[in-house]
Design a protein around this ligand. Structure first.
Ligand code: FAD
Length: 355
């Protein structure tokens, strides 16, 4: 068998994080040949890059992929290394065919297949699932004179340890779970100022990811049924995990509205006053990591692809899983990705089976 033949698959899944593994779980029984091409050196997807104290906002059994509930560990809310261990064991448990490290650089359309270009040569497939997540596409907003600022700037995707900021004046920009969790620990070693576009929304102490998910499911079902949906709080609202509760007890969970511009040594606020700043940690979210799809000319100006459920409208041999609500309700969460992964695998099986 030539190398070209050995790299022909019915389905190629790009990305071996939680979303790619969930699709693989459902494809196992389809009889279709498939591989998961993943750019990391080891299992765990984005979780391998997150800061060590990153904590899930749902308990283990509410953060599970299909087939195997995440084992309860030492913490009610699992921490990063528990999630990485779970994803690693999940791959083994279901013998998922992950090839890594493989960097997919481009997907090209040809009349009878999709060509997937990688740093280890080409694969071809009848169907491709993009499950590349967002971690590789951190979003940092533009602020006037940002290039002037001589201090440190880094995105939460690159944040590792609060000690790097000890004794400094640090701006934490962003009002979601990343911002709250990083503020909680940096404020213990540095003068931390929390900058948010609007007042952050804190969920009640007894509301965590499972309640959020149940409420958001009710909202989603109401919308599916054409009904109006009461506001329930989004997955971006701050879950009061223990570290964030502790920060509240220290009176830390107060934020200010954004500065108007940078200076060489700090920022200028709305009222014209200036502050010296040593570092800015941007907890300002992520965009879908879709660079590899550019050759297909289907990535819009919003950085997304027009999909029907998870299937690309313009390139019907391509599916997208795990990018958040636009590819399936709560699909960017461990518990939420199952539904869209199952539907995607089923649709591919029907599509390829009918050819
Ligand atoms: P990823 O985990 O990013 O995996 C994508 C994989 O694709 C990676 O291995 C990457 O290397 C690979 N890849 C990317 N591009 C290429 C390429 N071109 N070629 C080859 N491989 C490629 N979710 C929850 O369920 N519960 C939580 O409590 C929770 N808390 C969170 C807290 C924070 C602060 C953040 C930032 C996120 C949180 N999330 C939570 C969301 C969750 O971490 C991500 O949504 C999840 O990692 C997405 O999984 P994924 O498989 O879609 O992408």
């Amino acid at each position: 068998m030539t190398q070209h033949q050995s790299r022909q698959r019915d389905v190629l899944i790009i990305g071996g994080g939680q979303a790619g593994l969930a699709v693989g779980y459902f494809l196992r029984r389809s009889g279709l040949s498939f591989s998961i091409l993943d750019g990391e050196d080891g299992p765990g997807g984005a979780w391998t890059h997150a800061w060590s104290s990153l904590t899930l906002f749902s308990p283990a059994q509410w953060s599970s992929l299909p087939g195997w509930p995440m084992p309860a560990g030492d913490h009610v809310y699992p921490q990063r290394e528990e999630v990485v261990a779970y994803l690693s064991q999940y791959e083994e448990r279901y013998q998922l065919p992950v090839e890594r490290p493989v960097q997919v650089t481009a997907v090209h359309s040809t009349p009878d297949h999709l060509s997937v270009e990688t740093d280890r040569g080409e694969w071809t497939a009848r169907a491709v699932v993009s499950a590349t997540g967002t971690w590789r596409a951190p979003f940092i907003p533009d602020y006037p004179d940002q290039a002037l600022f001589g201090g440190t700037q880094l995105h939460s995707a690159d944040y590792k340890d609060p000690q790097n900021f000890a004794g400094q004046r640090v701006l934490i920009v962003g009002g979601g779970n990343s911002g709250a969790q990083i503020l909680a620990e940096v404020s213990k070693v540095a003068k931390a100022i929390w900058v948010t576009l609007r007042e952050p929304t804190f969920l009640a102490d007894d509301v965590d990811g499972r309640v959020l998910f149940a409420r958001a499911t009710a909202k989603w079902e109401a919308l599916q049924g054409g009904g109006a949906a009461a506001p329930v709080g989004g997955l971006g609202d701050v879950v009061m995990i223990p570290a964030v509760k502790e920060a509240r007890a220290r009176g830390i969970l107060t934020s200010v509205r954004p500065f108007v511009r940078f200076t060489a040594s700090g920022v200028v606020w709305e009222d014209g006053t200036e502050s010296h700043v040593d570092a800015v940690i941007w907890c300002t979210g992520f965009a879908p990591a879709l660079e590899h799809l550019r050759p297909l000319n289907i990535v819009g100006s919003d950085g997304r692809v027009v999909v029907a459920a998870t299937r690309s409208v313009a390139e019907p041999r391509l599916w997208l899983v795990g990018y958040g609500d636009w590819t399936g309700f709560a699909s960017a969460t461990l518990i939420g990705v199952t539904r869209s992964a199952r539907e995607t695998a089923r649709e591919i099986e029907v599509e390829l089976g009918s050819q």
